[in-house]
Design a protein around this ligand. Sequence first.
Ligand code: MLT
Length: 270
Amino acid sequence: MPSVRIDDDGLRLSYRDEGDAREAVVLIHGFPFTSNLWDAQIEALSASHRVIAPDLRGFGLSDLSPRPYSIARLADDVADLLSALDLGQAVIGGLSMGGYVAFEFYRRHMNRVAALVLADTRPDPDTDDARTNRASMAERVRSEGSIAVANELVPKLLAPKTRADRPQVEDALRSMMETSHPEAIAGALDAMARREDSRPLLTEIAVPVLAIAGTEDRLTPPEQMLEWAGLIPGVKIAFVEGAGHVSNLEKPTLFNTLLTDFLRSMERPS
Ligand code: MLT
């Protein structure tokens, strides 16, 4: 897997880079996953697009961050990656925590965003309760290891039918989670707890946006997505029937159709 050096911290950021089309799509994984979250999308899209999927710092094959970091730093890592690849603009997509990074990327690097894909995410910051829960989860992961987070999160992430019918989806999630370093998990929890409020951005977004949610997503529910995404000018809202919070992994065919239809709708005759 290729990697680039992030100069600020001297760490190596690993990424997938498939397809050689001119239009680039960046897919940013959620918490606490890796670029493998996007395997099915990379396979489906790379015939028509260049698909770039980083392992966020600390996750997958990327180095651990040498210092506490923020969602803003994760967004800057993606910008540094694009610069290293000589890419001016790309479609920026993210699922859940990856969506927080996508919002932040838009705030900090607007002119590099051709379009946004916001999947199973939310623009609002954490409540005080959510921050407290994250702090106790960070303590647990440090004392009990990554498996503690996997055991707690998996039942909340997947639709019950996905768990019953497709055990391989749960296995894929668990293997990404259990191989994530406890310090990366604790660092990301802290970064998410301190993330900015992206709601003021919604009415200002001036690029095409696809907002997607699983109909059974309990963490970022579809009814809430309708409310916030409805504020984005010209947004395309889509639902992944029968999927929970990890809609791209639970229903890859449907998710890929929504994504490719959106990307096709952006194409202009050259
Ligand atoms: C994710 O899937 O990235 C997380 O559920 C995000 C969060 O904990 O807020």
